[in-house]
Write a protein that binds this ligand. Structure first.
Ligand SMILES: *Cc1c(COP(=O)(O)O)cnc(C)c1O
Length: 378
């Protein structure tokens, strides 16, 4: 059997090893230390914001960002239904109620018109909306211009779930700098990794300071243990921050590699009826974290699921797009404003191997398998 080809495996090597070993030898093994501070500074500088708070996961960053913006019991947080469950879970951790909004058909990101409808409905009935949380699906920035317009109309802050979109841009501006605060993830499958980790990025010094405090059990700066509020153990370890710093030195190359992989899929599917590359044509602003295709089964003569099964048979991983939150059993009771697009994307989309760790021979193998499938079934 061929070696398994994964969707987005971690891309780490000797550079990262050197950073991690140096951190270990320095004696800074705790969830604090010089690599944490430098990683925050380097990441904040990269996206062009004043502050970064390095945390144990993207989910933790969402949780603290939401708390900082005032989410809690008695409030509603409006987010995209087309997302990974962490977005919704973090809202629930705060005690707020998640409210799901459906997708733009083209990008899968939150539909600004529906977002406005949702805000109108909620505020008209006197409910307190603590935040809007757009999600940059598969590495394409949401429509922040329109989202900001809605947010300003209703006086609600925006927390960007940019867990998938580090390195992407929106109208020339870097993801991470597009909202009151932004969350990125360094989970093993994301565009860069610290094995597990995340960061809250913001220009707001008070939000950053408060989040940093909450991430270390809200310990007050006195020598005895003194606490005035309930905190969390969410700080990133110095060893993992060192791994992240190693990754950052290679980030542009990893990004370029993912773009080239998308180009390969683009040319491969160019003449295939019923198949489109998900998310549009603007690869230059997209970080190309995952490349997915949408399959119109009536035109193509085969479905996204057929394609997935065929690749699985030759040990190549694929995945459907996220199953929307309003279709998840755990969120069955949640309120939403829907247009059916997220469900359609879930049913017709399939993500293909896209990781920067893929070797040329791996991409060739995937391309050959896709070519074989298309030739046989079309
Ligand atoms: C990965 C991801 C998260 C969670 O990040 P973790 O670091 O795994 O906690 C949140 N939102 C989205 C959209 C994600 O893809």
């Amino acid at each position: 059997m061929n070696e398994r080809i994964l969707l987005s495996a971690p891309d780490v090597g000797e550079r990262e090893e050197a950073y991690v070993v140096a951190a270990m030898r320095s004696g800074w093994i705790a969830p604090l230390g010089p690599d944490v501070d430098l990683f925050e500074q380097e990441m904040a500088a990269r996206v062009g914001v004043a502050h970064g708070v390095a945390l144990s996961s993207g989910t933790a960053a969402l949780h603290l960002g939401l708390l900082g913006l005032g989410a809690g019991p008695g409030t509603v947080v409006v987010t995209a239904t087309m997302t990974f469950v962490a977005t919704a879970n973090a809202i629930v951790y705060t005690g707020a109620e998640p409210y799901f909004v459906d997708s733009d058909a083209y990008t899968g990101n939150v539909h600004p018109g529906l977002l406005r409808e949702a805000l109108h409905r909620l505020t008209a009935s006197g409910e307190r909306v603590a935040a809007i949380v757009p999600v940059d699906l598969l590495g394409k920035a949401a429509d922040y211009k329109e989202i900001d317009r809605v947010a300003a109309e209703y006086g609600v802050p925006v927390l960007a779930d940019a867990a998938e979109s580090l390195g992407a841009h929106y109208r020339g501006r870097a993801v991470g700098s597009l909202a009151a605060a932004s969350v990125v993830s360094f989970n093993g499958n994301k565009i860069m990794t610290t094995s597990g980790g995340g960061m809250l990025l913001t220009d707001d010094a008070r939000l950053a300071e408060h989040s940093r405090s909450l991430s270390t059990q809200a310990r007050l700066p006195v020598t005895h243990y003194e606490h005035a509020e309930v905190g969390y153990n969410y700080r990133m370890s110095n060893i993992l921050a060192a791994l992240g710093r190693g990754q950052l030195t290679r980030f542009d190359g990893m990004l370029a590699r993912r773009r080239r992989i998308r180009e390969t899929y683009r040319s491969l599917f160019a003449g295939v009826p019923g198949v489109t590359i998900f998310g549009g044509e603007n690869d230059a602003e997209d970080n190309c974290w995952l490349t997915a295709v949408l399959v119109d089964a009536d035109t193509a003569g085969w479905s996204a699921a057929d394609l997935g099964a065929s690749l699985r048979a030759v040990n190549i991983e694929t995945r459907p797009l996220w199953k929307p939150m309003h279709l998840q059993p755990v969120y069955a009771g949640a309120r939403s404003t829907l247009n059916g697009q997220a469900q359609r994307l879930f049913e017709t989309g399939v993500s293909l191997p896209s990781g920067s760790a893929l070797r040329g021979t791996d991409v060739d193998r995937v391309a050959a398998a896709l070519q074989d499938f298309v030739t046989v079934y079309s």
